[in-house]
Design a binder for this molecule. Structure first.
Ligand SMILES: *[C@@H]1O[C@H](CO)[C@@H](O)[C@H](O)[C@H]1NC(C)=O
Ligand SMILES: *[C@@H]1O[C@H](CO)[C@@H](O)[C@H](O)[C@H]1NC(C)=O
Ligand SMILES: *[C@@H]1O[C@H](CO)[C@@H](O)[C@H](O)[C@H]1NC(C)=O
Ligand SMILES: *[C@@H]1O[C@H](CO)[C@@H](O)[C@H](O)[C@H]1NC(C)=O
Ligand SMILES: *[C@@H]1O[C@H](CO)[C@@H](O)[C@H](O)[C@H]1NC(C)=O
Length: 352
């Protein structure tokens, strides 16, 4: 793929340029940055919430309690439940957005507190392939790249595009650890998949890599918004060390910080600068809240109960499901036939 190569050469060139001038890379001037769209955020937060549902039959049929509101009419084409690593994700098509939606669930370990305190100690311990100086956390990277998740997601995206045509958008979302996975998935789709219409929106995600990684990432996936909520602790982790700019984790742009204003019933959104580490956004407050982590725009971003890695599924769904030898489960359905490539008419008929 020639285009891919070009993107890389460009990325590397811009990157070298930024280092030779001794500054942290400022990618684009503010006026060319993608516009933040509140309506889209309200929709994607619901997709990020639904992936926490543990009744996979209801999730698959999009009849779950959270499968409503702005996401009504969504068609799931694949659910991935990786038992080994306790990961869950789905892929489907939102006709009203003319988009493939990919959503990743956050961690479902014994306790969110333990998971959060572990985040303090995560090392930058993996060189991101083919991007010099870019380092990430191995565990975050592997959750997407070295599990059943990646091949299943890519397979579902391919099937959706065969049915809905190449011009359909791809929107990747996730909360917490799921936001870290969404990051790696969005980048993978651009770099290895050659996709052009990729948007990423994450909620309360931790830092995943260093400044070099953040620079590459935002060049390659510029349509990314990283939503943070008031005192949510997770976006503060793993820590950012001011004094070691070359060694520290570093967020990519563009953060959108939600502040709860007690006199109002809703949060105020602040679109932050293009550094990824805007000191006037979530970094201006102490990250000391887990409850702010679990709820964005009033939408619950956690399982209904904290139980370890369990799911419910009725036997009538067996015909959609397959398990590998380790018990990892994939539910998939044939992408609804669209009688050829109906990309145009999908937009007109968007209000299913
Ligand atoms: C914002 O996103 C919504 C879909 O959620 C879309 O209908 C609308 O046109 C978008 N607005 C802008 C200004 O792009
Ligand atoms: C889900 O849909 C399938 C196929 O349409 C149907 O057989 C099944 O009963 C539905 N299950 C639930 C829980 O809604
Ligand atoms: C991928 O996972 C397998 C086992 O789960 C492990 O042996 C291997 O080292 C991992 N590879 C990477 C690159 O993390
Ligand atoms: C805020 O919400 C509460 C309960 O949902 C409601 O009683 C109150 O009127 C609302 N206040 C404003 C200013 O909207
Ligand atoms: C739909 O699009 C794909 C690739 O974009 C193409 O290979 C296929 O022939 C098209 N199908 C129809 C019915 O036009």
């Amino acid at each position: 793929m020639g285009r891919r190569k070009w993107v890389f050469l460009l990325a590397i060139f811009v990157f070298l340029l930024s280092f030779s001038s001794g500054t942290v890379l400022k990618l684009k001037s503010d006026d060319s940055r993608p516009l933040y769209n509140h309506t889209l955020t309200m929709t994607l937060v619901e997709y990020a919430s639904a992936v926490y549902m543990s009744d996979l039959s209801e999730l698959f049929n999009w009849t779950c309690k959270r499968c409503n509101g702005f996401t009504k009419g969504f068609e799931v084409i694949e659910i991935i439940f990786d038992v080994e690593h306790c990961l869950q994700a789905y892929v489907g098509v939102a006709k009203d957005l003319n988009a493939i939606i990919i959503a990743f669930r956050g961690t479902q370990e014994h306790s969110i507190q333990n998971w959060v305190s572990d985040l303090f100690w995560k090392q930058l311990d993996l060189n991101y392939p083919d991007m010099s100086d870019a380092m990430v956390h191995h565990g975050f990277y592997s959750a997407y790249h070295n599990t059943t998740v990646r091949p299943a997601v890519l397979g579902a995206v391919k099937r959706a595009k065969e049915s809905y045509g190449p011009n359909i958008n791809i929107m990747v979302t996730g909360h917490s650890m799921g936001g870290a996975m969404a990051t790696f998935c969005g980048l993978d789709l651009v770099v290895n998949g050659g996709e052009e219409n990729v948007q990423v929106m994450t909620f309360g995600q931790p830092r995943v890599g260093n400044a070099a990684f953040a620079s590459y990432y935002s060049l390659l996936v510029p349509k990314t918004f990283r939503i943070t909520h008031d005192h949510d602790i997770v976006p503060h982790l793993p820590p950012y060390y001011n004094h070691f700019p070359q060694k520290t984790y570093h967020h990519f742009p563009t953060e959108v910080w939600l502040r709860d204003v007690s006199s109002l019933n809703h949060s105020v959104e602040k679109v932050c600068d293009n550094t990824g580490e805007d000191p006037t956004c979530s970094r201006s407050v102490k990250g000391n809240s887990i409850s702010d982590h679990l709820r964005y725009f009033g939408v619950e971003l956690h399982c209904e109960t904290w139980r370890q890695c369990s799911i419910v599924m009725s036997h009538e769904m067996d015909r959609f499901s397959k398990k590998d030898s380790k018990g990892n489960l994939i539910m998939s359905r044939t992408v609804p036939s669209t009688n050829g490539n109906k990309t145009e008419s999908l937009i007109e008929n968007g209000d299913l």
